[in-house]
Ligand binder design. Structure first.
Ligand code: IPD
Ligand code: CA
Length: 284
């Protein structure tokens, strides 16, 4: 484990890097007419990468490497296949919410997490259009713009705002699973079902109490590492997407999670994932 002093230094560099990349995201969206995007498609036409994903990643990685070259780096654009070990590992999404970024929407930002022993211990999420900066270090609480945040006290699903996301995979099975899950949520009836474009943003929204439950299959370690510690330090709960019994530790490389204000809401989400075969529909 890193010392508390070292973690403070890690937080400072992650914050500086995320703010610098976040400023570029904001500038690009503000000036989008004069800054044409070069868009490449990845796994599907809905899964995109732009030259700014790469530029933001370069900005972040240069600062993280200069800070301590011995840390491993797992990052979406240039190091997605780094083996995930127990060593200190920066886990970076330079633009989480690229689809929203491409459309000039507010729901995108930079996510920088640090895992030690495969467990998230530090997270920074900068949402430049929202003017929100979320930070957490294990044992020190979660903060938005420097103010302490907490999850909601919602335990009644009928009073919950729930997030599900439209995934990149659009096979008939994947669409069917998502529609079945949303149908069941609507008929609870929950207060609302929402869908934004950034996993990190929605997890931070759980952390600050404006969303009560968010779950997704098909997300990656860089989408959820930083926000996992932010949710936990805000008193919330994150577990593997299909772990109904909450029996095993969260694996941030498992491509799914249920993130909630409390375990009872996550129980319900994990049961929905299993009932509607959501993991198989998205991942196989
Ligand atoms: C995506 C966003 C999206 C989530 C996807 C992620 P990206 O990240 O977080 O909200 O639904 O699963 O992959 O591709 O914009 O970095
Ligand atoms: Ca991304």
């Amino acid at each position: 484990m890193l010392s508390e002093e070292r973690l403070t230094q890690c937080l400072e560099v992650a914050l500086a890097a995320a703010n610098k990349a976040g400023a570029l995201i904001k500038e690009c969206i503000d000036l989008r007419a004069s800054k044409p995007l070069e868009i490449e498609e990845k796994s599907s036409s809905a899964d995109m990468v732009t030259q700014y994903d790469k530029k933001c990643e370069d900005i972040v990685l240069e600062m993280l490497r200069a800070f301590d070259p011995s840390f491993e780096i797992l990052s979406e654009e240039s190091n997605p296949d780094t083996p995930f070990t127990a060593n200190p590992t920066w886990i970076v999404d330079p633009i989480d919410g690229t689809t929203s970024f491409v459309h000039g929407s507010f729901d995108c930002g930079v996510s920088i997490g640090l895992a030690v022993g495969k467990e998230p211990v530090l997270g920074v999420v900068v949402l430049p259009l929202m003017q929100e900066v979320f930070t957490a270090v294990k044992g020190r609480g979660s903060f938005c713009n420097g103010r302490r945040i907490h999850v909601s006290n919602c335990t009644d699903l009928k009073r919950a705002i729930v997030c599900t996301h439209t995934m990149y995979r659009r096979t008939p099975e994947a669409i069917e699973a998502l529609l079945n899950i949303n149908r069941e949520l609507l008929s609870v009836p929950v207060h609302a079902v929402r869908s934004y474009g950034s996993a990190a943003m929605d997890m931070c929204s759980v952390a600050m109490g404006r969303i009560d439950l968010y779950f997704e299959v098909g997300i990656q370690a860089w989408d959820m590492c930083a926000a996992t510690i932010i949710v936990r330090e805000a008193g919330g709960h994150v577990r593997n997407s299909d772990d109904v019994a909450n029996a095993v530790p969260l694996d941030i490389t498992s491509k799914g999670m249920c993130c909630a204000a409390n375990p009872a809401l996550a129980d319900f989400a994990a049961a929905l994932v299993v009932k509607h075969n959501y993991r198989n529909a998205i991942l196989n």
